[in-house]
Design a protein around this ligand. Structure first.
Ligand SMILES: NC(=O)c1ccc[n+]([C@@H]2O[C@H](COP(=O)([O-])OP(=O)(O)OC[C@H]3O[C@@H](n4cnc5c(N)ncnc54)[C@H](O)[C@@H]3O)[C@@H](O)[C@H]2O)c1
Length: 439
């Protein structure tokens, strides 16, 4: 039987694994399979990424080049932008982007293009797994009919599953191997094939009853974060008005040994997942005549936070007889979270845009982002300025947006005339209290 042959190949590590989309999700998966002695064929439309990997180099800060070069030297990894080779892999994992359109609706073009490329070369016995985050129903409603239009039948000729990625770039506590993986196949044999594949590289695989359950599981995880971040962000604004330090409150509440998980306020939400994924569900919910109010409310609050931060900057400058217009402001940290080189959807960009519109002269420093690339909504032509005493002295204000570990914050606060702190990096700096504003 086709399924037995496939599982036999997987268990003997003879299956060729194809990974489409070699970004923050795809590249760690590639390395993981190769580390377990699987041969991998990586696909990407970005020929620069393909060329960089061929040279044994990494383009992600969270993955050292040494790891990539070892794998390339082992001969287990081949990468290509030639999608006509899609008939080769026994298992194909789809790790392409799932962003939003201008109208905040799912932008499915990447999944559609990838599915069409797979369809053209689909052969008997292949397992296809979608890893990209999406709405409940995507695997069954969009991918399945396209693949079955070849005349081949799911569960018999080919196998289809969904397994959401939980990658957390830069997280040193949990590796890809240690993060449990939820897996669901369209049919029992699809499930069997997908579970058997992931068991080769992940310590704990959690089978669930359908792709829709797995799709909603991923969204629940991200919505949970988005709603809780919005909650503490709202409380931060109230606590500020009340003259209470929200960070001290969260620290105190965290001493409760049950029923409380701390979430921390910040400059607004960022990254490729939390500000985007919840809207995949809101969009799908409309089909069921349902409004997802928590998601919308959390979105509204989190989108407002950069405006709040700018109002705090404005007040702080005002207190010194200055305005944002003509002030020199240094943005410290552009990445959406600490110690990563990813600035997609970062709140730093919204804050910079608002400040620029009010006439500020902007500079930034981010050790992970030497040049600001063009973003979905913004274009700033800036390079990271070296963080020197002279630079800090020249500024009217420094705004800490990302709390990268390698920055010496006491040194920054000491030399900057005014520090706006959105991350509580100034927690123990009582001696400079007068020139610190939490926002
Ligand atoms: N980044 C994360 O931390 C994270 C975590 C969990 C889930 N996800 C989800 O995983 C998916 C991928 O995210 P990512 O962060 O890896 O994105 P990414 O932008 O880092 O990588 C996607 C890659 O796909 C490539 N690509 C685009 N269109 C393609 C096509 N038609 N064919 C082949 N390759 C194509 C891009 O060039 C890029 O290299 C998204 O759905 C995202 O929501 C991301």
């Amino acid at each position: 039987m086709v399924i037995d042959q496939l599982i036999n190949k997987i268990e003997k590590k003879k299956a060729l694994v194809g990974i489409i989309g070699m970004g923050y999700v795809g590249l760690p998966l590639i390395l993981r399979f190769c580390e377990e002695d699987f041969r991998v064929l990586g696909f990407d439309v970005d020929s620069k990424k393909v060329a960089t990997l061929k040279r044994g180099k990494s383009y992600l800060k969270s993955i050292p080049s040494t790891r990539v070069s070892q794998i390339v030297r082992s001969g287990l990894l081949e990468v290509t932008d030639d999608f006509s080779r899609l008939y080769k892999p026994d298992c194909i994992l789809i790790c392409v982007p799932t962003p939003l359109t201008e109208k905040m609706e799912p932008d499915l073009q990447y999944i559609e293009k990838t599915t069409d490329a797979i369809r053209k070369h689909l052969r008997k016995g292949q397992l296809i797994v979608l890893e990209s985050t999406t709405y409940p129903g995507n695997t069954e409603e969009l991918i399945l009919p396209r693949l079955e239009s070849t005349g081949m039948r799911v569960g018999k000729d080919f196998f289809l599953a969904f397994s959401p990625e939980r990658e957390d770039p830069g997280n040193k506590r949990f590796t890809t191997q240690q993060i449990p993986k939820v897996v669901a196949g369209i049919t029992p044999s699809c499930q069997k094939a997908a579970v058997s594949l992931y068991r080769q590289i992940i310590q704990k695989v959690i089978p669930v009853s359908s792709p829709r359950v797995a799709e909603l599981t991923k969204l629940l995880e991200n919505i949970y974060r988005s709603v809780n971040i919005a909650l503490v962000n709202e409380l931060k604004m109230l606590a500020d008005r009340m003259g209470i330090d929200i960070w001290e409150v969260i620290e105190a509440a965290s001493t409760k040994p049950f029923g409380f998980s701390p979430f921390y306020p910040g400059p607004g939400m960022g990254g490729h997942c939390i500000p985007i994924d919840p809207f995949y569900l809101s969009w799908k919910a409309k089909e069921y005549d349902f409004t997802t109010r928590f998601i919308q409310l959390a979105g509204e609050i989190n989108v407002h936070i950069p405006y709040y931060v700018v109002s705090k900057i404005q007040d702080a400058l005002n207190g010194r007889g200055k305005s944002i217009k003509s002030s020199k402001i240094l943005i410290l940290g552009i990445a959406y979270k600490k110690d990563v080189d990813d600035a997609r959807e970062s709140p730093a960009l919204a804050i910079m845009d608002l400040l620029q519109k009010k006439g500020a002269t902007l500079l930034y420093h981010d050790p992970y982002i030497p040049v600001l690339p063009p973003f979905r909504k913004y274009l700033f032509q800036l390079n990271s300025s070296p963080l020197t005493k002279r630079l800090l002295h020249r500024m009217d204000a420094v705004v800490v947006v990302t709390d990268h570990s390698q920055i010496d914050y006491p040194w920054v606060v000491k030399h900057a005339p005014l520090t706006i702190d959105t991350r509580n990096v100034t927690k123990n700096m009582k001696q400079w209290k007068k020139k610190i504003v939490k926002a």
